[in-house]
Ligand binder design. Structure first.
Ligand code: 0L1
Ligand code: MG
Length: 255
């Protein structure tokens, strides 16, 4: 069996060089806990290269996403500053293996949150909410993976764009969401697709990070998870997500 350190090098190199790799689970008997350890080790490599942690992404928090990738457990990954794309900015297709975009809701944390918390406690720890787009890019060939694979691969995390922040007193449990590419509507849903209420994703995030001794720190961004199926990206595309009452967020893809 390949060591967890070696697996971290494999997934990190694949992300850094935008190269597809075979699923780890095809040749390694790797548990989900070990996969999270691989993710932690690969993040340490990013930190050593100068990247800074800016938050957490939740994944597979909607039925649609679970069905799209064939994995039915909520997962989490880490966001770094190098993954952030400016609102209205450019995404380079060449930096990714097979990127996709999905609309999300983002939380900005005001207070530290960790462990088992209630939705009321979670909301009280939020500074603001915003419409967002996640650019996911599984490093596995054909975008196919099992649960330990995607966890080790930082939950397919590779880019994110956040729109304007809004006070958290806007009710955000059931807001209309539209994902457009080149002005054509590709996906329509509601924020309720995120575990019935996006706050549940934040509650889950606080609990999941606490299992590895971490917390959602003040200033951290928490992406609540894909609200619709993700759309494949190609050079020249203009991608826009809108959330009712929260506004729009967009980016353009270049070669
Ligand atoms: O779609 C994927 O590659 C799994 C990562 C989770 C994406 C999400 O639900 O936000
Ligand atoms: Mg996502």
């Amino acid at each position: 069996m390949t060591s967890l350190d070696e697996l971290a090098v494999i997934v990190d190199d694949a992300a850094r060089n935008a190269t597809a790799i075979p699923q780890l689970s095809l040749t390694q008997a790797i548990t989900v806990d070990e996969a999270y350890a691989v993710q932690t080790l690969s993040m340490a490599r990013r930190r050593a290269r100068g990247e800074h942690r800016v938050g957490v992404k939740m994944g597979l928090t909607s039925r649609t996403k679970m069905i799209q990738v064939g994995v039915d457990e909520v997962i989490w990954g880490r966001l770094t500053d190098a993954m952030r794309v400016d609102e209205g900015g450019i995404v380079k297709r060449s930096r990714y293996v097979h990127p996709r975009a999905e609309p999300e809701l983002a939380f900005l944390m005001k207070h530290r949150l960790s462990g088992k918390v209630t939705p009321v406690e979670a909301l009280a720890a939020v500074e603001a909410i915003a419409p967002a787009i996640e650019i996911i890019d599984s490093r596995y060939a054909d975008f196919k993976f099992a649960l330990p694979d995607v966890v080790a691969d930082n939950a397919s995390s590779s880019g994110f764009v956040v729109g304007e922040w809004h006070a958290r007193d806007i009710a955000f449990d059931n807001l209309g969401v539209v994902l457009e590419i080149d002005g054509r509507v590709k996906q329509v849903a509601s924020t309720a697709a995120i575990l019935g209420h996006p706050l549940r994703s934040l509650v889950a995030a606080a609990e999941m990070v606490s299992r590895v001794g971490e917390a959602l720190e003040p200033g951290a961004i928490v992406m609540a998870g894909g609200i619709t199926a993700a759309e494949p990206l190609a050079p020249g595309m203009h991608v826009r997500a809108s959330i009712e009452r929260l506004g729009r967020v967009n980016f353009t893809v270049e070669a």
